[in-house]
Design a protein around this ligand. Structure first.
Ligand code: ADP
Ligand code: MG
Length: 243
């Protein structure tokens, strides 16, 4: 579903991604972790072309992201993205937040968009809040609306960039529960997170990135957590700090 081949990116002379290669199969859940500044956000954003890169190739469902001829808005409409800050439109109701991109980007009718949006809102357990505005919801609820909004676009893959790290601790669980449900239903997911409980429970693979945008580990969940002796010193160091 996703393939990265030797992706490198620089900001001026600063290399933010160094020869990153990996692939994600349909239905796989891959967790990306690593220290702050190691390029996790940049890496995940290259996949839906929110960040350009100078070297390498990325394929999403057979579509070449690196090819200047690729219709990037169309690609983006098929790749769901959920950020640390929910980025809902504050002046639109929950229902309007769920429908606007379906109507403007996918060309769905208002009625069709509403049916789909409310179905996804129900799925994240928030149908009772459909007429509220984002500011009337808790952080955890807003993030669940953001997930419902992404799902309303019928994405072929979902990218998450630290979706729970801006939340108060008591709200982390409700967002992770939604993500666990998605994973169990077979959604292809790439998740930047330090929630190692989530990684242990549902991920198939774990990627560890280190400063300079290098993929230091790319291994099965069981190897990552169960065979610590085989891990790189930097990985062990990181895990010792957060576990
Ligand atoms: P992470 O998500 O792992 O914390 P990021 O991908 O956000 O890392 O950033 C990786 C590195 O790239 C950091 O050192 C950051 O300061 C740098 N960086 C990010 N965006 C820019 C930018 N627009 N210009 C210059 N440097 C940037
Ligand atoms: Mg980041």
């Amino acid at each position: 579903m996703i393939e990265l081949k030797n992706v490198s990116k620089w900001y001026g002379s600063f290399q933010v991604l160094t020869d990153c290669s990996t692939s994600i199969n349909k239905g796989e859940v891959v967790v990306v972790c690593g220290p702050s500044g190691s390029g996790k956000s940049t890496l995940i954003k290259t996949i839906n072309a929110l960040e350009p890169f100078q070297k390498g190739e990325i394929w999403v469902d057979g579509v070449p992201v690196h090819d200047p001829k690729t219709d990037l808005p169309k690609l983006r409409s098929r790749v769901g993205m959920v950020f640390q800050h929910f980025e809902l439109f504050p002046h639109l109701s929950v229902t309007e937040n769920l429908t606007i991109a379906q109507i403007k980007v996918l060309g769905r009718s208002a009625e069709e968009a509403k049916t789909r949006g409310l179905k996804m809102l129900d799925r994240v357990g928030l149908i009772a809040h459909k007429d509220k505005f984002p500011g009337q919801l808790s952080g955890g609820q807003q993030q669940r609306v953001a997930i419902a909004r992404a799902l309303s676009m019928d994405p072929i893959v979902m990218l998450f960039d630290e979706p729970t790290s801006a939340l108060d601790p008591e709200m982390v669980g409700e967002v992770l529960d939604v993500m666990v449900g998605l994973a169990k239903e077979g959604m292809t997911m790439m998740v930047v997170t330090h929630e190692m409980g989530f990684a242990r429970k549902v991920s198939n693979r774990v990627i560890f990135m280190d400063v300079g945008g290098k993929i230091l580990e790319d291994c099965s969940r069981d190897d990552f957590f169960g065979n610590l002796d085989a891990r790189q010193p930097r990985t062990k160091d990181f895990l010792n700090k957060i576990l």
